[in-house]
Design a protein around this ligand. Structure first.
Ligand code: SF4
Length: 410
């Protein structure tokens, strides 16, 4: 049987698909190989979310070829679904090929495969995929056409996977998917994300749960308040806001977040500044004027958020946004992104300062000195050298005596 090595690019969804394929090929008797130079087969799981991501995948195919000219390189994933010819031209065998299908090497990207959860190599925290695909139609996004509509993992399977991951020693489980706020809407009785969280947090002995990115216009009234009342749900919310300008959101076919949600976030940061509120923000979306950008920046400051993930807009051929004729020059996109990153530094500094002397709910990420931990509200802390513990999760005052450094988790 041939030996096989894996190279996975892109989002957590791709990691799940690779995990499923690894397990499947092991079941077929293939031996896993960690060195690309030594493998008979190399499986390259590709991404196409931006032009740069696709270029990186093509570059990886070439690199693999240089590292191991004899290997058979199989390419699959969103990059292949988006631009198969690119990988055929690099001498890759792409998903859908009979030989592959014969060995069950099918493109899993469109299926909710098992395992639904795993602990990535050299990591402590577990990933639990609760959903894949998306039914939204954001003008700049290619994902729905590459991953299909939203499909949810049934509640009982999510729960069983969470129990298994906890038994494997994970102190925290990250709920992930393409658009997790859509979880349950395609299931009978249409349960909501809160129902899943309630089932998870009511399961005794389960690891704490962290939510990955939330689409703000899909958050139901009272959901955040409910989450903050659960000790088993992390005090950290990340929103895919993308812009603070209603004009630009509408132009990008994105619904605006409910005004009640924004009012609640403003009140929340006043009442309890230790709750971590992060956001994805894009700079230079098509049609974005200087006025729109300033409105968006003022809006971000008005909440205020704890940190930002900043992305300069990059057109995706095949999306409505890429076909627009009012694209913002790349130089301006990069300048605006740089401005948002400067703002991000100020937001992070303010949030870290507001947590000084607070009691942190910490899990250990690295249990060799100096110990490292992660708080429920997304702060990565390095403990001082005299600190030691046996516990995997504990509460600790975040003071200079205990802590040598503190930063927002990347
Ligand atoms: S909600 Fe997210 S995944 Fe869905 S279309 Fe919009 S940007 Fe893409």
């Amino acid at each position: 049987m041939p030996t096989v090595a894996f190279r996975t690019l892109g989002c957590k969804q791709n990691q799940f698909d690779t995990q499923a394929l690894r397990r499947h090929l092991e079941d077929c008797g293939l031996r896993l190989e960690s060195r690309y130079e030594e493998a008979d087969w190399i499986i390259l799981n590709t991404c196409a979310v931006t032009e740069r991501a696709l270029a990186k995948a093509r570059g990886e195919a070439r690199r693999m070829r240089r590292l191991n000219p004899q290997a058979r390189i199989f390419a699959l994933g969103c990059g292949v679904r988006y631009a198969a010819q690119t990988f055929i031209a690099e001498g890759c065998v792409i998903s859908g090929n009979q030989a592959l299908a014969a060995l069950g090497l099918i493109d899993l990207g469109l299926e909710l495969t098992t395992p639904h959860g795993f602990i990535p190599k050299n990591k402590t925290r577990a990933l639990l995929r609760i959903q894949t695909g998306c039914t939204e139609t954001c003008a700049y996004c290619i994902v729905p056409s590459l991953r299909g509509s939203s499909r949810s993992v049934p509640l009982k399977d999510c729960l069983q996977t969470a129990v298994d991951l906890t038994a494997q020693g994970a102190p925290e489980i990250i709920l992930t998917g393409t658009n997790i706020a859509l979880w349950g809407r395609d299931l009978p009785e249409q349960p909501r994300l809160q129902d899943l969280l309630s089932a998870l947090t009511n399961q005794s002995g389960i690891a704490r749960v962290r939510l990955s990115s939330l689409e703000p216009h899909l958050i139901e009234p009272g959901f955040l308040e409910w989450c903050l009342a659960q000790s088993g749900v992390c005090r950290h919310f990340h929103f895919a806001f993308q812009s603070g300008s209603p004009r630009i959101l509408n132009a990008m076919k994105r619904r605006e977040p409910a005004p009640q949600l924004i009012d609640y976030l403003r009140e929340l940061t006043r009442q309890d500044p230790s709750v971590c509120l992060g956001a994805d923000i894009m700079a230079g979306l098509p049609g974005e004027t200087e006025r729109d950008f300033l409105d968006s920046t003022e809006w971000i400051k008005s909440i205020p958020l704890s940190y930002l993930h900043v992305f300069p807009f990059s057109e995706r051929i095949g999306t409505p946004a890429a076909a627009q004729n009012d694209l913002v020059p790349v130089r301006v996109r990069l300048e605006r992104a740089a401005g948002l990153r400067r703002l991000n530094n100020d937001l992070k500094k303010r949030f870290i300062q507001s947590n000084h002397n607070h009691v942190g709910d910490v899990i250990i990420l690295k249990n060799i000195k100096p110990f490292q931990g992660l708080t429920s509200n997304y702060l990565r802390i390095t403990f001082s050298n005299n600190f030691t513990t046996e516990a995997s999760r504990f509460a600790i005052p975040m003071t200079d005596d205990n802590i040598s450094s503190i930063q927002i988790q990347k």
